[in-house]
Every structure is written in structure tokens, then in C-alpha cells.
Design a protein around this ligand. Structure first.
Ligand code: EPZ
Length: 416
């Protein structure tokens, strides 16, 4: 397994080009199942998860052509509406094929995703919503078996805010008979990007980005061309790295309006931010101020930025309280950060982080995607050379990370 070796103590200077958003690209690739015409996608990030999704769709009979930084998909017909365990266990987002398969061919066999490092992550809201639309779903030997002659529009009140739950139901509703109203829907920008792509395919959707989304079912959807939105979490990660290491970094090709909560917290940490239409420049000197964060559904502070801000807090001039309200076990990075000398105490879903002068390099292990990002940030400020193991977690969500970090002056090398 690959490792990253990072020598800390250097400022970050320069520009970093932001890639397309992983969490927009994945549902949008599944939208290709809804039409027999080509869906041409631009600014698709070159990531492990995107490759896994391409493989999964390919196995179903979707033609997938991943060229430069685009992907063309065409589901002329669906030979096998199955998402097998061996792929689903490596990427939970595979559950996003369930709604489109039911809408397109009336049946689907999707492995239950199982838990993951950050929590149980059930899919009961996906199932409940599809059942409300007339699907028969049974669970047998670890698989969901779903059938639906024709999905009917329904009014669905989600018990909790779920991003992929909202996306699955929005895609199913696009081809259902009649109107579907999703209440308590997720408002994440990636939901809005998916809605834009569906609309380009001929879907009738109103309210994406608010907590009530109305979808008027249509008979069929056409192909489309769609440019995936920039990745707001990748953007926030590089900005947090600059706030921790100090320096002057410009994120280009970004969507500043999609990460307001993160920008606000970076200002609170003492960084100077200059924001234009598609660029964010950050300037930071010395140790950051301590910043309390509490994760929440969008537009609140993103849970996917929590680990990165914990890394920032480890060297802050004071004590910070970090509260995780979305997932029940998303503090795995704290244990690894402690190996680097961080002073963190966990109390339930809160972590108290007392800033220290310097972190000390050590060998640490990545446990999940964003935990890995927090270890990278900590390694950039630790004294000495830190080795991060199991970085396949990083490769799932960060395109060419060592190239982008080296481009900012960091001393990073990938060890096979
Ligand atoms: C999406 O996951 C993202 N993944 C996650 O990003 C992100 O952390 C999460 O949203 C929250 O913003 C993709 O978009 C591919 P949820 P998702 O359903 O949709 C519970 C990353 O780092 N829940 O919004 O799976 C669930 O257990 C990944 O890129 C139910 O109880 O998250 C969690 O506690 C990690 N029942 C909470 O809701 C359900 O049916 C939010 O989960 C669905 C969810």
C-alpha cells in the first residue's frame, strides 16, 4: 500500500486548481441510467471513487468512456440492474444507483452498504422514500431486492437530512408518474448540481437547494452535457492547510459561495481571505486562533471539514471545542493526531483541543477520507518527516494531492 512522506515546517505559497466535486460527480454519473442517450460530463475528478462508479455502471451495461477530464456515459439498455457487494463495500455512494434503476427498468438488486469507519450509515430513508413511491423492497442475504411497475409521485417527509437519500429520491421521482414533494430535503450544493444536470436532461425540478423539492415526473429523459461543480471540500482542505502552515495560497476554479461557513471559520482563525467570483486567496501567518466548530447540514459547517479543522486546532493559540453532530464516530483522526503530539480529549460527540506550540513527526495511519486529509495538514506543520500509511483513503477524494501540495512548496513524496 502507498504511503505519503511529508516534511513539515514550510509555508505554502502559490495557486492550486480545484477539481470537480466528487460528491456531485458520483450521483450525476448515476443519472446516466435514467436515459438511453449520452450524458457528457466535464470537470469529472480523476479519483478512485469515480473509477469505482464507472466500473459499477459498466457492469450494468452502461457504456462509459473516461477521456481527458471528462466522462461520457450511455445507458442504451441495462443488462443487469445489480450493484454487487464487492463494489458497494468499497464505496457507499453505490447506493445511488437504486433510485435510477427502479425508475428506468423497474427493478434493482443492490447490496446493503454495511457500516464504515465513520458510522453505521443506514439507508432507511432511501428505502422509505422509494416505498412511498410504490417500490416493493425486501432485504435478503445482504441485498436489497427492489421492484416497481411504475413509480408514482408521493409527498415524502424525510425523518432526517440525508444528502444521498435526497439525491436517490430526486432521480427516482424524475421518471415517476405524477408529482413528488421531498420535505426536509438536503440543501447541499451537490444536490443542486445534480438537479441542474437532471433539468438539462429534461427533468422538471423546483426548489433544489431548499428543504422542499418538487419533482414533476416526465415520460423519458434525454442526454445532456454537464460541467461538474468545483469541489468545495477539496477547496476548504487546501485553505485549512494554508491557515495551519502559514503562507499565501490561491484556490482557482473554485465556487466560493458553496463554502461560506468554512470561509467564516478561517477568518475567525485569523486568516485574511480575498474572494472573487471563482477564486479564493488566503493569507496566514503564525499560529491560528482557536476556533470552535459544530457540524451541521448545509449551509452549516460541513462535517466533511471537521477533521481538517481539528488538525488546525491542534496548533492554535488556545483551546477549541469541536462538535460532530452528523456521524456517530467521526473522531478517528483524533487518535492519530495525538501520535503527532496533539492534546485532544474526546467527550461523546465533542473534542476539546488544546493548542500546542509544535507537533512532532511520527508514522500515522489514515482511517477514512477526511481523517487522512487532517493527517496531511498536521504533517505539514509537524517538525520532521511524517509518514502517513493507507493513503488509498486519500486517493478516493483528492485528485493528485502530492502534485498539488508540491506545487504549493510542500515537501511531499509518495512511497510505493
Ligand atoms: C454524503 O454522505 C457525502 N457522500 C458524505 O461525504 C458526507 O459526509 C455526508 O453526505 C454528510 O454531508 C456523498 O455525497 C457521496 P447522509 P451520505 O445520508 O449521503 C444518517 C466524503 O467524505 N442517515 O447525509 O451517506 C447517516 O447515518 C463523504 O466525501 C440515516 O440514518 O450522508 C448520517 O448519520 C463522507 N438514514 C446522517 O444521516 C439514511 O437513510 C447524514 O448522512 C441516510 C442517512
Amino acid at each position: 500500500m502507498d504511503k505519503l512522506r511529508i516534511t513539515g515546517g514550510r509555508r505554502l505559497e502559490g495557486a492550486v486548481e480545484i477539481s470537480g466535486a466528487k460528491n456531485a460527480a458520483l450521483p450525476i454519473m448515476c443519472a446516466a441510467l435514467l436515459s438511453d442517450e449520452p450524458l457528457v460530463l466535464e470537470r469529472v475528478p480523476r479519483l478512485m471513487d469515480v473509477a469505482t462508479m464507472a466500473k459499477l455502471l459498466g457492469r450494468m451495461g452502461v457504456e462509459v468512456d473516461a477521456g481527458g477530464n471528462g466522462v461520457e456515459l450511455r445507458a442504451r439498455r441495462i443488462a443487469d440492474p445489480t450493484a454487487p457487494y464487492d463494489l458497494v463495500k468499497t464505496m457507499r455512494a453505490s447506493v445511488l444507483v437504486l433510485g435510477p434503476l427502479l425508475a428506468r427498468c423497474g427493478r434493482a438488486k443492490v447490496s446493503l452498504p454495511g457500516g464504515c469507519a465513520i458510522g453505521a450509515r443506514p439507508v432507511d430513508q432511501h428505502v422509505k422514500g422509494l416505498q412511498a413511491m410504490g417500490a416493493e423492497i425486501t432485504v435478503d442475504h445482504g441485498y436489497m431486492h427492489a421492484e416497481a411497475k411504475r413509480l408514482r409521485g408521493a409527498r415524502i417527509v424525510m425523518d432526517l437530512v440525508t444528502v444521498t437519500g435526497t439525491e436517490n429520491l430526486m432521480m427516482a421521482a424524475a421518471l415517476a408518474e405524477g408529482t413528488t414533494v421531498l420535505e426536509n430535503a438536503a440543501r447541499e450544493p451537490e444536490v443542486v448540481d445534480l438537479a441542474r444536470c437532471l433539468a438539462a436532461m429534461g427533468a422538471r425540478i423546483e426548489g433544489a437547494g431548499t428543504d422542499v423539492i418538487r419533482i414533476e415526473g416526465v415520460g423519458s429523459l434525454s442526454g445532456a452535457r454537464h460541467r461538474v461543480m468545483p469541489d468545495r471540500i477539496e477547496t476548504g482542505t487546501y485553505l485549512a492547510a494554508a491557515a495551519a502552515a502559514g503562507g499565501k495560497v490561491k484556490a482557482t476554479g473554485a465556487a466560493p459561495e458553496s463554502l461560506d461557513a468554512t470561509l467564516e471559520k478561517l477568518r475567525e482563525a485569523g486568516a485574511i481571505l480575498r474572494v472573487s467570483q471563482d477564486e479564493i486567496e488566503i493569507e496566514a501567518e503564525g499560529r491560528p486562533k482557536p476556533v470552535n466548530v459544530r457540524t451541521a447540514p448545509y449551509p452549516g459547517f460541513a462535517t466533511d471539514m471537521q477533521a481538517q479543522f481539528m488538525a488546525l486546532a491542534t496548533i492554535a493559540r488556545g483551546t477549541a471545542l469541536i462538535t460532530e453532530t452528523i456521524f456517530e464516530n467521526r473522531f478517528m483522526h483524533a487518535l492519530e493526531l495525538q501520535r503527532l503530539g496533539a492534546n485532544i480529549s474526546i467527550h461523546g460527540n465533542s473534542a476539546l483541543v488544546r493548542g500546542v506550540e509544535r507537533l512532532q513527526a511520527a508514522t500515522v495511519m489514515a482511517t477514512d477520507l477526511r481523517a487522512s486529509a487532517s493527517l496531511v495538514i498536521a504533517a505539514l506543520v509537524a517538525e520532521g518527516t511524517t509518514q502517513i500509511e493507507r493513503i488509498y483513503h486519500l486517493d478516493r477524494g483528492y485528485e493528485a494531492i502530492e502534485k498539488k501540495l508540491s506545487g504549493l512548496g510542500a515537501r511531499v513524496e509518495r512511497v510505493k
